[in-house]
Design a protein around this ligand. Structure first.
Ligand code: TYM
Length: 342
């Protein structure tokens, strides 16, 4: 079976962008691939964060994976920091990653500009190397992510190729694992719809956890009345009717796209259903669809959270399965890079 890996940071609430861009698509992959879905807690400390909250939101994010339909009997679900190999491989990869490659990362540039130089930890710069490690450890074929991660995926490919070239060709004793090269060079899997869900208050910027206003996003766990209120107050325009492809109507395109994905309708179906609607009618339609889609997820979430033992078990088992595979890759890399092994 081919392998798939992906993860979400446990910072703040999981929102509709994370769900439509990533988690929802993972569910479809777990039957035909060997899948590894982790909660990237080590990534969550790259910006100032609330330490007492970290473990809570890590659990909550894991519960959301399960509530969204990730099945622990098919996928390995685990917490990144529970598998030591992630940080270890990162160090080995970082020796072959030019600083220039990291300086070019758009997310680094944006986040560090906002935070100001003195407040930026080194980890914010080296973060994509940890992400490369997350992916390369599992010899992954595909990485299902939203559009904002494509540059990090491209970097992962470049690091894999560079390390393969530098060390993969040497004569070294391979201890199992798959394929001929040291690292499989992975590919991003970007969904055709939902790869870039935009803010509710500005159709030109993406929906994000770090946007100051909670009105700008729908969180997966938002109660009914909050969803009603957010959609009621979201930004619209004063054009007549509704349409997908008018570049002057980014909010309209975004809301129609959200409606399309959560109802599973085709674009044509949505166009014929909604093109003559006014905003008031469409907002009610969209709100109902969102609530109908999210309510079962929220109910499952509550159920999972009410049984901490179950969640602990899933994470323990997931980390066990992941460690076995991660350790094989890690050992091979040490071996190839010339380290004395015990
Ligand atoms: P993170 O936590 O920012 O986002 C998690 C996933 O959600 C997607 N996403 C979106 N998709 C569509 N529209 C949006 N507005 C939107 N916002 C976020 C992201 O593309 C991502 O797929 N570095 C990663 C986490 C990570 C990772 C990995 C992913 C760490 N190691 C290894 C894959 C493989 C991140 O910060 O995602």
């Amino acid at each position: 079976k081919k392998r798939v890996v992906s993860g979400v940071q446990p910072t703040g609430m999981v929102h509709l962008g994370n769900y439509l861009g990533a988690i929802k698509n993972w569910v479809a992959l777990q039957d035909s691939y060997e899948t590894f879905f982790f909660i990237v807690d080590l990534h969550a400390i790259t910006l100032p964060y609330d330490a007492p909250e970290l473990s809570k939101s890590t659990r909550s994010t894991a519960a959301i994976y399960l509530a969204c339909g990730i099945d622990s009997s098919k996928a390995s679900i685990f917490v990144q920091s529970h598998v030591r190999a992630h940080v270890e491989l990162m160090w080995l990869l970082s020796s072959s990653t030019p600083i220039g490659w990291l300086n070019r990362m758009i997310q680094f540039k944006e986040k560090s500009r906002k935070a100001g130089d003195e407040n930026v930890g080194v980890a914010l710069l080296t973060y994509p190397v940890l992400m490369a490690s997350d992916i390369l450890l599992y010899q992954s074929d595909l990485v299902p992510v939203g559009e904002d991660q494509t540059q990090h995926l491209e970097l992962t490919r470049e690091i894999a190729e560079r390390v393969n070239n530098l060390y993969g060709g040497r004569k070294w004793k391979k201890l199992g694992g798959r394929g001929g090269s040291l690292f499989k060079v992975p590919e991003a899997l970007i969904p055709p719809a939902g790869a870039r869900v935009m803010s509710l208050t500005d159709g030109l910027s993406k929906m994000s956890k770090s946007a100051p206003s909670d009105q700008s996003r729908i969180n997966l766990l938002d109660p009914k009345d909050v969803i009603v209120n957010k959609i009621k107050r979201c930004k619209t325009d004063s054009f007549p009717g509704l349409e997908f492809d008018n570049p002057e109507r980014p909010e309209c395109r975004n809301l129609l796209a959200i409606y399309q994905i959560i109802t599973g309708k085709t674009k044509e179906e949505v166009v014929s259903e909604c093109q003559d609607m006014n905003w008031g009618t469409f907002k009610t339609t969209l709100t109902d669809a969102l609530i109908e889609h999210l309510q079962p997820i929220q109910a499952r979430y509550e159920e999972i959270m009410s049984d901490p033992g179950y969640l602990d078990n899933v994470l323990l088992e997931g980390a066990g399965k992941a460690s076995e595979i991660a350790d094989i890759t890690l050992n091979n890399v040490y071996q190839a890079m010339g380290f004395l092994r015990r």
